[in-house]
Design a protein around this ligand. Sequence first.
Ligand code: PMP
Ligand code: GLU
Length: 398
Amino acid sequence: MEHISQRVQSLAPSATLAMSQKSAELKAQGADMINMSVGEPDFNTPDHIKEAAHKAIDENYTRYSPVPGYMDLRKAISRKLKEENGVEYAPEQIVVSNGAKQALCNVILSTINPGDEVIIPVPAWVSYMEMVKLAEGKSVIVPATIEQDFKITPEQLRAAITPATRMLMLCSPSNPTGSVYSKQELQALVDVLVDYPDIMILSDEIYEHINFTGSFTSMASFPETAARTVIVNGVSKAYAMTGWRIGFCAAPLWLAKACTKLQGQYTSGPCSISQKAAEAAYNGSQECVHEMNRAFERRRNLIVELARQIPGWKVNDPQGAFYLFPEVSAYFGKQCLCGKTIETDADLAMYLLERAHVATVAGSAFCMAGYLRLSYATSDEKIREAFKRISAALAELK
Ligand code: PMP
Ligand code: GLU
């Protein structure tokens, strides 16, 4: 007998992971796939971080760690936050989890009651809305299209607030658009929130270091709202450590304690060996981070140039992360050679997957129909080849 809870039935599967899986299946059948769906650095984890993991095994860091993570790692994170971001979170305010994903989920499950509203500017990463759903909260989505560089205005924020608003979730640099809020733009949002002292701010800063603006402002650096701001970050993107599964939240003490209680009941502390590797990432040389950032910037320039040559695509000027989010609705209503009509972004993503063997993700997965997301965390050569194929496949649509 199959019996799946309504909670899990109501969840959408992760579209980013699903598209990547489809790409892997086609590849296993022999297709020459270019996977621009999932967002993960194509670099290997730097050697000094891997060596720290070997050492951790040899030194028998193989037992349960404290639930919120080793104190040495939490101290390293606390120092990083102070030195790099100018924000004060004591080690006791930091909870290390299985990736930024679990850190986000811990915060949402620890603060959101059924019916509480969470304001989410969209397009937004696929998992935010599903995590809010898990908590039985309500996502209030605030759309920001390409015309406003995918960033919400203070007026939009104010208009979305109701007595039930509990939290604002923000992601800058953004997945899926690459947009980065400037200090002034963040200040304008903070100015609105000053009038609503009960609203928490959850700032997802996982793409902090993949940023081509030359500066990064943490949402927690504004004194007016710092005490109710939670930062989520981790090593997955900055240090090419997606598989190690280490992320963290830095939160008010009461919330860090709640996240620890929750984590203690369903996962315990994250992998001991990965924690020692993450400690080396934060305490070691940051040159690897700068080097990867330079490579992503070069690829950003390349993909923007190629995408602007595709007839009908509208492309913004992404300033960070490793995603391009072109507006592609000019192709809706066109027919492919097989006679099928492309009606939605999901149809177009599927067409490019099957015809061009290029995996992308439909914008509607990020709550914004009419767009595609392409991850350019792949080689220059593959980006060039992908665009040759995309261009040829789109030219066939009549
Ligand atoms: N936040 C955003 C915006 C992301 O794109 C991702 C994807 N990895 C995460 C959080 C989760 O990161 P992690 O792999 O550390 O769980
Ligand atoms: N965050 C990445 C993405 O958006 C990784 C996949 C995931 O966890 O969703 O593609």
